[in-house]
Write a protein that binds this ligand. Sequence first.
Ligand SMILES: [Zn+2]
Ligand SMILES: [Zn+2]
Length: 331
Amino acid sequence: MSSAVDERITDELEALEAILMDDVTIKSVDGVPHMIETVVHPSTGDDTDQQFVCVTLEVKLTPGYPDTSPEVYLRNPRGLDDEVLAVINSQIKEKLNDCLGQPVVFELIELIRENLTESNLPSGQCVICLYGFAEGDVFIKTQCYHHFHSHCLANHLISGRKYYDEELEKLPSWQQMQAPAYQQTCPVCRCPVSCDVDTLKKAPPPVDSITAPPFCLTAELKALQLKMAALLQQQIAKGGVVGVGDTGPPPLTITSPADNDNEATNTSSSSQVGAKAAEVAIGHTRPSGNGSNDSSTPASPQRSAYRGPYRGFNRRGKPGRRGRGAAVAPR
Ligand SMILES: [Zn+2]
Ligand SMILES: [Zn+2]
C-alpha cells in the first residue's frame, strides 16, 4: 500500500530519482519500497576516465525507517582495499546514529563519495606481473574497474588470443563452426572487455620490473625449494598430483579417439581410476548409426564421425583444454 509509506521516505525517493536518474535502483514489494541501490564514484567532474575506484551502496529500508536505521551494505568494491572500506563502514555507522529520524541516503552517498575521491588511485598490484603501480607507469582501467599495466594487459590479451586460436584449430570442423567467437576477458573477473591491443602494446614495461634487482638464488630460496620438493613428494605419494611420472597411484587416464574402439577390453584391465576416466569418455562419445535424433550430429555409418572424448567448449565458452590433465604432460 503506497499510502502507508512514510512521507519522508517518498520525498527522499523522489529526490533520489530526480537527481541520480538511471543511476539509482529502487526495489519495492507490494508498493512498499524496501531497497535502494546505487553505484558511487569519486567526484571527478565529468571525467569518468579519472575514476579509478567505485563501490555499490545498498540500503535496505527497515520497517521503522527513518526512525530506525536502515541496513547498509557496500558491495563490489573496486580499487579499494579493506582498510579504506573499514573506514567508510565506521563512518557510515556514525552517520546512521546521527541521522536517526531523518532520511539518510543522500548523506551516505556524499560520505562515501568523499572517501572515494580521497582514495581515487588504483591500489594493489597488477595481477599479471605482480608489480605495483609506480610513478611513470602506463596503466589501464577496464570497464569492470580493474587495473593493469597496459604493457601487461597487451601481453595477456595477445597470448589469450593465441591460445584460443590454437585450441580452435584442434577441434573438428563442425565444432569450429559452432564455437563462440573470441572475446577478450578481464584476467581478474572474466567480464568481457574490449581493448585496443595495438595501442596497449606501445606502453613501456612496468617501471618496477625495470628497476628490480636481478634475480639471485639466496640461501632462503634454496631452503624453500627443498621444503617444496618434500611437499611435492608427499602429495605424489598420496595421489594428490595428476600427470607426473609413474610414482604413486595411477593418474587420471585420458583415452585417445582410437582407444574407444577397444574400450570394453581396456576398462576391464584398467585400474579403478582408469575405468572411471574411460566411462567419462564413453559418456561423451557419439557412436555412429545408433539412430540418434540429434540433427546436429553429423553421424553416418560411412564416414568416421568424431569419436573421441568430448573436447568441445567448457562452461566458460572457451575451447576445451586438450593438453591439461593428460597422463603425460611433456613440458
Ligand atoms: Zn603489470
Ligand atoms: Zn575485471
